[in-house]
Write a protein that binds this ligand. Sequence first.
Ligand code: XIL
Length: 626
Amino acid sequence: MASKTLACFCCLALTATFALAQEPKQSSEDLTGTWHCQFESPFGLQTYHFHLVIDTAGDATLKAEVDDRDEKRKVVFVDVKFDNDSIEFAEVRQFGEREFRIEYSGKLSGKELAITRSFGQRGGQDAVATRNLPKPPPKEDPAPVVDVKIDRMIKDAFMDSFLVGMAGDLPSRYSEQELKLAAEHFAAVTPENCMKPERVHPGEDRWNFEQTDALVQWAEKNDMTIHGHTLVWHAQTPNWFFEGRDPETVKRRMKEHIDTLVGRYRGRLQSWDVVNEAINDGGDAETAKTENLRDSNWLQTLGPEFLTLAFKFARQADPDAVLYYNDYNIESGPKHESSMVLLRRLLADGAPIDAVGIQGHWRSGRVPFEAIEKAITDYASLGLKVSITELDVTIRGESGGQFGRRRFRSSSPPSLEDLNVQAEDYAKLFSIFKKHEDVIERVTFWGLNDRRTWRWGQHPLLFDGNNNPKPAYASIIALADGKGDENTPDQSNNVKIEDGGRGPYSAIATESKTLAGITIYRPDDLTAFGSEQQLPILLWGNGACANTTEEHKNFLNEIASHGYIVLGIGPLDQLQQRGEASRQRTSSSQLLAALDWITAQDATERSIYFEKIDTTKVAAMGMSCG
Ligand code: XIL
């Protein structure tokens, strides 16, 4: 080991680990050469291909090629120090005007090199490097489990109620297909990051308008309204704003920031998130009686007055823009109470605030519907408008608006059951939004598709990673069309097979907008059924696990005509004409999801199946793989 590196190591906490290592020492040869390693990053999986060369003088050169989800880059590491079986080095990355230093330390263990990296106070990550190439991360999500067809764009379906928007720093780095998707389906755009202080105003005298100008032009060209995000926030805001901590100076900097940015786009942006996330997380009965403001630099330098000031400066900079207070988790619990205390004070102080943004980072299966509806009416009672500004409903794991909660990322696709639960959640949410359309201005999704989302791996949005619409999209449209419940099923695509079968109840093959990917065989006329006579359930899986009941349609239809409801895997349209979708992989969980669905229908008063299903009689059958 070179003595200079030893001297350096002594100042590091890691020294102890090296000294205590009892394993037989391996020579530095073992560290040299190529190693491959994958890290989960906030932007997806990163694969590092490290190359370590040690010259005869004992100096090390460490380089890597890195595969990020969207790019390939080359890194030359600095401050490389190595021991027989341990190594340390650093990566310096430039983000806009800011420089980040990522510290790495690695230790050989058998054939593996265990690597830890850390980003100052932002926490760290562990990974294992090996000599073998890891499997490449999926570039795009695998094929969808269901083929969802959309006959109406979401923005049109709610045109008379509110705007439907998406977030992203368009158009740069988006594909043509994604840009088309965004412009076709959405009526509003929110810049996801490029208008935040750290990006647009990295230094007191430095502004970056390239991306923001491009976004505004692109949105205008596509007839989309633009919501500015965000002016005054504790995060993604450079420290220069607070340097010296003199209140008058900080106030002047806030005013100049707002004047310049809001002024530049005056008349072109329709609304702004003026203050973002000023209230603390959690809280209790005591804090609920107070504003419970977050201990941010803004609060520390300007006091609670900082909010009123920000709103006043924004109003001066663009008198016509709709001005928002925006926050997450403000719909429920003590944080909601605090938001009411805060808003009342702002209004009483004459802060020109027009609307509240409920961010809407929720989790499938745990959406607080009642609280959301109450919060909407609470804010309306203060005379404020409401928007859902950052909607996403994650499958698996936390959502929440907090940073750094990404423990549940995974690149595995969601099951049909997951997708159906998410679809139900979204439909319920939109039914609440529609009910309160007089108050709701806009509902914006935080991202475009399940690849363009800060909750990557949790499948939170309406399009999958390949831009295919998910069941959630269909269920929202069905809701808009008044077809959310099975009370008015869409009969237009029904299929009649062999004259309805030979049983006493002429059967049809049909489908439901709220149950994606399943063909339903049942008696056409359900009036004969009720508490006296109910339909037992047959769940059906196809040979070769095919995604169509086409081969067995006569058989299934015949059974239905004798007074059964059959739920078979495969979309209805594959009955008439088998296409690519019929070869998609199916899974038995689809039948469980279908069983849940029909059980729920049986219990729903509005449904045509209400109390007509014998949920105690369930048979599961299939052919071969099915
Ligand atoms: C997120 C972006 O989506 C990420 O790309 C970025 O790394 C961090 O910020 N609340 C907000 C948004 O108001 O600005 C945040 O956006 C998500 C939480």
